[in-house]
Ligand binder design. Structure first.
Ligand SMILES: [Fe+2]
Length: 303
């Protein structure tokens, strides 16, 4: 296992493909001091400050962290890590967690503009009651396995999902599936329907005024399956496309190799969005259920 000063790195208990990275308290307390230089408005308005907070984090780990995170995310064998402070103390507030997530993502890429939130990241709640128009905030339904960014023009190479806080939450575990752990990947990848162009729209809350066309499956440079898929947004043009999507959804959801992760508050799952799918199980009913999440998604820095 990789050894970097200030970090504790282990293999995730549920999957060899996922690395757990805990940031030790001494690094966190130095970051708290360094991050005080910028408030959230500066981070949101001035893109260069996002690189400054990223550099603070990298410098505190001898500039090894950026190399390591790039390696994990681009490597087909892994492609995913869970990162967060070793211990949550009362000095860690939500502003700090936004800055920490910003710092982490700017070590390997650039964020896409998040139209739902009107900035480079989005914070949103999952609660008992919901009147929204997508599965994102529906606490009592499964959020089925999917990739992000299926309905936008920008490339979405990676995503970060951080749990900022939660109260009265039972259930709602994160679910992950790597394409190479899905038994039927080759069968669907080799089906010509999967390489047809599908139309992808999105509900009003996403604030995307256009639709895009792309296939569900495409090949990496070395010929391996990559996927861009979600259940709610493709608009099948005919029975053939409709049945392909239904079969695909049924096969993914019934996969025996789905990984369940109980993410603690203050931690983030970061995954390659082209060969990892993600979702969420439903919550147990509770009137006082509250979870706040932060997401950042984007593309890899060009080397
Ligand atoms: Fe998602």
């Amino acid at each position: 296992m990789k050894n970097i000063d200030g970090l504790e790195i282990t293999e995730n208990i549920s999957s060899k493909r996922i690395l757990d990275i805990k940031i030790k308290e001494e690094i966190i307390s130095e970051l708290i001091d360094l991050f005080k230089r910028f408030d959230l408005t500066e981070i949101e308005y001035k893109p260069f400050t996002r690189f400054t907070v990223a550099k603070y984090l990298d410098d505190l780990t001898n500039n090894d962290l950026s190399k390591y995170l790039n390696h994990i995310l681009r490597d087909r064998k892994t492609g995913c890590f869970i990162i967060g402070p070793e211990k949550i103390t009362n000095k860690i507030n939500d502003d700090f967690l936004v800055k920490l997530s910003t710092a982490i993502t700017h070590l390997f890429g650039l964020p896409n503009y998040d139209s739902m939130a009107g900035k480079f990241y989005a914070r949103f709640h999952v609660k008992h009651e919901d009147k929204s128009d997508s599965y994102l905030r529906k606490a009592y339904g499964n959020l089925d396995l999917h990739t992000d960014g299926t309905y936008v023009k920008e490339a979405t190479d990676w995503l970060l999902m951080m749990k900022i806080r939660e109260e009265n939450a039972k259930g709602g575990e994160s679910v992950m599936l790597h394409l190479d752990d899905w038994k039927f990947c080759d069968e669907f990848f080799n089906d010509p329907v999967g390489k047809q162009n599908f139309t992808w729209g999105s509900p009003r809350s996403k604030n995307i005024p256009y639709k895009v066309e792309h296939p569900v499956f495409y090949a990496s440079q070395d010929g391996r399956a990559l996927i861009s898929y979600i259940d709610q947004f493709p608009e099948p043009k005919n029975m053939e496309q409709g049945m392909f999507l239904q079969k695909l959804s049924d096969s993914l959801e019934s996969s025996k190799n789905k990984i369940k992760i109980k993410l603690s508050a203050g931690s983030a799952i970061v995954a390659n969005n082209t060969f990892w799918l993600h979702g969420r199980e439903k919550f147990e009913k509770n009137k006082y259920l509250f979870r706040e999440l932060l997401r950042i998604r984007g593309y890899f820095n060009k080397k």
